[in-house]
Design a protein around this ligand. Structure first.
Ligand code: ATP
Ligand code: MG
Ligand code: MG
Ligand code: MG
Length: 575
């Protein structure tokens, strides 16, 4: 590739809305261009990275026996009604209508479409197990698209779905994917952890997230310093460590006496076991009069920080809540574009103290919850001036330093970026869609399914979070847009330089190296700054003076200075 024929558009400044380094650098390096909120064009330089990520994922998926297909981006609403998700899924699911007023969705994931294939194609147990995957654009109307490719609304995901005849076999398919995921993430050269995640309504232990460790990660994960125990916060909390805990980590012990504070803050409230999943918690708070009758009811909306699991969030997963005060439910719905949830923290019967609001004075002894007997929370205290909740800080108090649940080592907490998620689904989708095969006994049985996602575009961004310096990106070789850049100095003046640069370029190309020749005629300072920002790992600089001594300069992107190397050995050196 020659730079003069490519599209290189670097920027000195990052856009004002770019909060994290990967967003800043991808924009400045001309890899992505914003078209709308959470919607980006993958520019030629960025697309090369994305395609390399895809190639690695594809190779390992194929190696693991998965079969590639491509399901439509636009899917019929009818299909999504079969599982109920057309209505159940929140506003993250983008619904559109065609000219005949028929409903469609933009796929946020593809369980319905793939199950529809399976029920038509896999008729017999003899055709099982099978794993179908695609690398395809997804759309999720995220409430807060941000951080560039990290949380886009349109993004690329690899999603795979396994079909098995029974649970034992499904377990094997799951383990195969878990191994493939490790192989994939090892190849990117990133520091990551596989952490146990909540497996939702299915239960069991078959859900893991793959988290790239980064300070800017939106997820908090907890791990043991002495063993391989690692989990995301939700899972960590549901498996409280055994043994003595420091006072700050005391599990909530509610005191039913009115007027006594019983619980530290909303984080504590959220740790109480709830009996169903919600995306936000709407509390109706009742003010009782002296006779114990409800004098006034106010509606409170507690929003979960971040979106999780396609809007099906177990309250308790995220310890930080933001809360808002509104006069009416209608106002809340309008403000957040939310849909009516259910009222009250169903299943919460214990007295708690909620210290959560900045706008109201401390009020003691409220009763809140649903307007239903036994579903009230009594002894609630509303406080003020709670600092912006910090997930990691909250949980550091709760679990860091505690003994690991497996008894080996202590718990520690760090932030991560969820780049992959594997999940045993059981028969959730196959049963709903009547997707069955004929088993050996001649009886129809629903498929045992698993689903396995990797955020292709998110991974490109996550790689930058771990690999950058003040000058720009430092790509791992495996996913660099170009692995080698040739920077000729004074190419337009020196025929020797031109020839040497052209011939090295040709030789590396012939050897299959992803090389780019910077023939734009820019000054060395400009060239170097561009390529350091873009993050090409290997740079060869060719100048007239060096050539006379039979030398060129080589610099790895991580090196501070260039080293002189013999011109005739350079091709072999960077190949
Ligand atoms: P998150 O918790 O970050 O919202 P998720 O749990 O909703 O992600 P999954 O449904 O598990 O995501 O999808 C599989 C993978 O797709 C995720 O592990 C992540 O890498 C990627 N992904 C999900 N949402 C986005 C997004 N908005 N932008 C980019 N990648 C995403
Ligand atoms: Mg998630
Ligand atoms: Mg999500
Ligand atoms: Mg997930």
């Amino acid at each position: 590739m020659k730079a003069s024929q490519f599209l290189i558009s670097t920027l000195k400044e990052a856009p004002a809305d770019a909060e994290v380094i990967s967003h800043q650098l991808m924009t400045r390096a001309g890899m992505i261009k914003k078209l709308g909120a959470g919607i980006y064009t993958y520019m030629p330089m960025g697309l090369r990275v994305i395609q390399k990520v895809e190639a690695i994922v594809r190779e390992e998926m194929n190696r693991a026996g998965a079969i590639e297909c491509l399901m439509p981006m636009v899917q019929p609403g009818e299909l999504w009604r079969e599982t109920g998700r057309f209505d159940k899924m929140g506003p993250e699911l983008l619904r559109i209508k065609d000219r005949h007023e028929r409903d469609f969705v933009l796929q946020p994931t593809s369980e319905e479409a793939v199950t529809d294939i399976a029920r038509q194609e896999f008729k017999s147990y003899k055709q099982l197990p099978r794993n179908l995957y695609q690398i395809q654009t997804k759309f999720r109307d995220e409430r807060r698209p941000r951080f560039g490719l990290m949380r886009g609304r349109e993004f690329i995901m690899k999603d795979a779905y396994s079909f098995d005849r029974d649970e034992a076999s499904a377990r094997q398919s799951y383990q195969k994917m878990a191994a493939a995921y490790r192989a994939i993430f090892d190849r990117f050269g990133l520091t990551y952890r596989a952490v146990a995640a909540d497996s939702g309504s299915i239960g069991g232990d078959m859900s893991e997230e793959f988290q790239v460790i980064a300070a800017t990660g939106e997820d908090a994960i907890v791990y043991s310093t002495g063993s391989c125990y690692a989990a995301n916060m939700e899972k960590a909390e549901s498996a409280p460590p055994k043994g003595p805990r420091p006072p700050a980590a005391q599990p909530m012990t509610p005191t039913p006496t009115p007027g006594k504070a019983t619980c530290a803050d909303v984080a504590e409230l959220l740790k109480l076991p709830l009996q169903r999943t919600v995306k936000s918690l709407v509390l109706a708070t009742d003010e009782l009069d002296s006779a114990g009758e409800i004098a006034r009811t106010r509606i409170w909306l507690l929003l979960l920080r971040g979106d999780h699991d396609m809007n099906e969030v177990k309250v308790g997963k995220v310890p930080g809540l933001a809360d808002f005060r509104f006069a009416s439910l209608a106002e809340i719905l309008e403000h957040f574009g939310a849909e009516p949830g259910y009222l009250g923290p169903i299943g919460l019967k214990k007295p708690v103290t909620v210290v959560a609001d900045r706008e109201v004075a401390v009020m003691a002894d409220w009763v809140c919850g649903a307007n239903k007997k036994d579903f009230h929370i009594t002894g609630v205290n509303w406080g003020r001036d709670l600092p912006e909740p910090d997930i990691v800080a909250d949980l550091r108090n709760a679990v860091a330093g505690d003994p690991s649940p497996d008894g080996q080592g202590q718990l520690a907490i760090e932030r991560g970026i969820e780049i992959g998620h594997i999940f045993y689904l059981g028969t959730k989708y196959s049963a709903a869609m009547n997707a069955t095969f004929l088993d050996e006994d001649g009886k129809p049985k629903p498929f045992q399914m698993g689903c396995y996602g990797i955020g292709i575009t998110r991974l490109s961004a996550a790689a930058i979070e771990q690999n950058h310096d003040a000058r720009g990106i430092i790509w791992p070789d495996a996913i660099a847009p170009f692995t080698v850049v040739i920077c000729p100095v004074g190419m337009d003046r020196s025929e020797a330089v031109r020839q040497a640069a052209e011939s090295l370029h040709a030789e590396l190309l012939a050897a299959g190296v992803d090389v780019i020749l910077d023939d734009r005629g820019e000054r060395p300072g400009v060239m170097f700054a561009d390529w350091e920002l873009i993050g090409v790992p290997h740079r060869v600089t060719i100048g007239e003076r060096g050539l006379k001594e039979g030398q060129v300069e080589y610099q790895h992107r991580r090196d501070e200075t260039a080293a002189k190397v013999p011109a005739d050995g350079i091709a072999a050196f960077v190949k």
